[in-house]
Design a protein. Structure first.
Length: 86
């Protein structure tokens, strides 16, 4: 599941001094380096550079925008298997 608002709230509770944080890692599909920038706005949150998926309370899977924008069933199946295994 794509990261939820409650998880974003928890992230920003830990970083009360800023309205931005980032998450860096490798795309769980293609392996490229990804840096997801998360900005707290007046209306919610904005993510740029990639997409975070919650795998459990303290862990995330990351996809680059190229892989996220693909409508390829293989990527969704990969994520579903990975999320189920964790």
């Amino acid at each position: 599941m794509v990261i939820g608002v409650e998880s974003l709230h928890r992230m920003f509770k830990q970083h009360t001094y800023t309205n931005k944080c980032s998450y860096s890692g490798r795309c769980d599909n293609c392996g490229c380096n990804v840096n997801v920038e998360i900005t707290k706005t007046g209306r919610g949150y904005g993510l740029q550079g990639g997409v975070l998926y919650e795998s459990n309370i303290h862990s995330f899977l990351i996809l680059c925008m190229h892989c996220y924008e693909k409508s390829d069933k293989q990527i969704q199946n990969h994520l579903n298997r990975t999320l189920t295994a964790i």
